[in-house]
Design a protein around this ligand. Structure first.
Ligand SMILES: O=C(O)CCC(=O)C(=O)O
Ligand SMILES: [Fe+2]
Length: 126
């Protein structure tokens, strides 16, 4: 992995998103390790990035080069975090094994009317 990069566009190809996939996780919500490969062959070959926005409760996020939870790396995604993967890591396996209930900023649910849980938006180019 590259560290110390200030701008994702310095290391990833730019894209114009035309797809947004919306996931909503309740307290027991989870998503198994998978690759995002429903986009066009060209998009996948170019490594056009997936841009993922997390809103609401925090989530454990696993990622790795194989579909193996034991080997996977882990990061916590909190409300407001933006995760981007593309380039040589476009085919990385990733998933959400668990949500941390009641971890969102309190004002969020109060002010937005969003149901308790975690909202994730991923933008991609087909
Ligand atoms: O909820 C997330 O952070 C990941 C969502 C995801 O991997 C997907 O929609 O393909
Ligand atoms: Fe995914």
């Amino acid at each position: 992995m590259e560290y110390g990069v200030l701008h994702a566009e310095d290391i990833l190809p730019s894209m114009t998103p035309d797809i947004c996939i919306v996931n909503f996780y309740t307290n027991n919500g989870k998503l198994g390790l998978h690759q995002d490969r429903d986009e066009s062959r060209e998009s996948l070959q170019k490594g056009l990035p997936v841009v993922s926005f997390s809103i609401g409760d925090s989530a454990d996020f696993l990622y790795g080069v194989r579909r193996n939870e034991e080997e996977a790396e882990w990061v916590m995604l909190e409300s407001g975090d933006v995760l981007i993967f593309g380039g040589e890591f476009r085919h990385i396996f990733h998933g959400v094994p668990s949500i941390l209930p009641n971890s969102a900023p309190k004002e969020l649910f109060r002010d937005s009317g969003l149901s308790p849980g975690r909202l994730n938006l991923t933008f991609r180019q087909y």
